[in-house]
Design a protein around this ligand. Structure first.
Ligand code: G3H
Ligand code: 13P
Ligand code: ZN
Length: 320
């Protein structure tokens, strides 16, 4: 059942974080639905601009509609990840997405406010909620390249002002994480000191943690043992999610970890079965392994086992 992002946030706020997982194809979608049902967790399925143009945005919508029919017991929201203004407006008009992210974080503060406010007004008129971003993550985003050295953490004072000025419904915060497989060097980690201050300034307001893959070392080692070349890859400690949720982190974005599972499965498969040319063989293994990964992640995020609780909450609040 596709539900509003807003209701999922209301239920989760302060208690647990909802996993927001990117999909690009059928196998990822199937693994995602299975993993969330296995762990009985609500989830956010997110689609990036790159995913929309990988083939055609209508394929992903069709896959999601089919999954909703096949697994009617699943509870999920559909979100645009890292949208620009044009893509946000397209998603809002399509009537398919339950929330959009406008990422104008590379713009100066005033321009970010201006763009975000326009998107929020258009989205709210259609009952869609809006995630915005303030501060800059390190690493590479879809249309925003920011070097680690220039990474700019979210200013807690500005965050309060930004939310008031824009009317956005949730805020992606830069608290030391970055996109991709190479997040930290040395002893770096999530900046809980900054998160605490943002939360103090925005009590009750949902915060979003991007760049939250944990880059499991076992995956990295298996990929490398099967011919990969990932050196020094490191991610977020997955025990950090339980600390972050009471500080307002309600949505946690995970994409890279899924790519690692895909890479490990396919590299090992073709190493061990060099004669194989049937794409369904590694595809089947990937769907199973991805489902297991998602179920594990939901345990760490605190959403596992909450499906019926969430269903009850939605039944009670949906029409009101
Ligand atoms: O933050 C970016 C997400 O991992 C999506 O990546 O833009 O390559 O689809 P993508
Ligand atoms: P990772 O690269 O850590 O998976 O982050 C994904 C993300 O933030 C998507 O918006
Ligand atoms: Zn992101």
């Amino acid at each position: 059942m596709m539900v509003s992002t807003k209701l999922l946030f209301e239920h989760a706020y302060g208690k647990y974080a909802i996993g927001a997982y990117n999909i690009n194809n059928l196998e990822q979608a199937i693994g995602l639905f299975r993993g969330n049902l296995m762990s009985k967790a609500p989830f956010i399925l997110q689609i990036s601009k790159g995913a929309r143009s990988y083939t055609d945005k209508r394929f992903l919508e069709a896959i999601i509609r089919a999954a909703d029919e096949i697994w009617p017991e699943a509870i999920f929201a559909v979100h645009l990840d890292h949208g620009d203004e044009v893509t946000c407006m397209d998603c809002i008009e399509s009537g398919f997405y339950t929330s959009v992210m406008i990422d104008a974080s590379a713009e100066p503060f005033e321009r970010n406010v201006e763009i975000t406010k326009r998107v929020a007004e258009a989205a709210h008129a259609r009952g869609i909620s809006v995630e915005a971003e303030l501060g800059q993550l390190g690493g590479v985003e879809e249309h925003v390249a920011v070097s680690e050295a220039d990474a700019k953490l979210t200013d807690p004072e500005q965050a309060k002002k930004f939310v008031e000025l824009t009317g956005c419904d949730s805020l992606a915060v830069a608290i030391g994480t970055s996109h991709g497989a190479y997040k930290f060097q040395g002893k770096q980690g999530v900046r809980f000191d900054v998160l605490e201050k943002i939360h103090e300034n925005l009590p009750g307001f949902p915060l979003v943690m991007h760049g939250s893959s944990s880059v499991p070392q076992e995956e990295v080692e298996r990929i490398n043992a099967a011919g990969g070349k990932l050196r020094g890859a490191r991610g977020v400690d997955e025990n950090d999610f339980a600390r972050a949720a009471p500080l307002g982190v309600t949505k946690v974005n995970i994409d890279t970890d899924g790519r690692l599972v895909w890479t490990r499965v396919h590299r090992e498969h073709f190493r061990d079965h060099p004669e194989n040319i049937d794409l369904r063989k590694p595809g089947k293994v990937f769907m199973e392994e991805y489902a297991k990964f998602i179920a594990h992640k939901n345990e760490k995020l605190g959403g596992a086992g909450r499906l019926e609780e969430v269903r009850g909450y939605i039944r009670e609040h949906q029409s009101g």
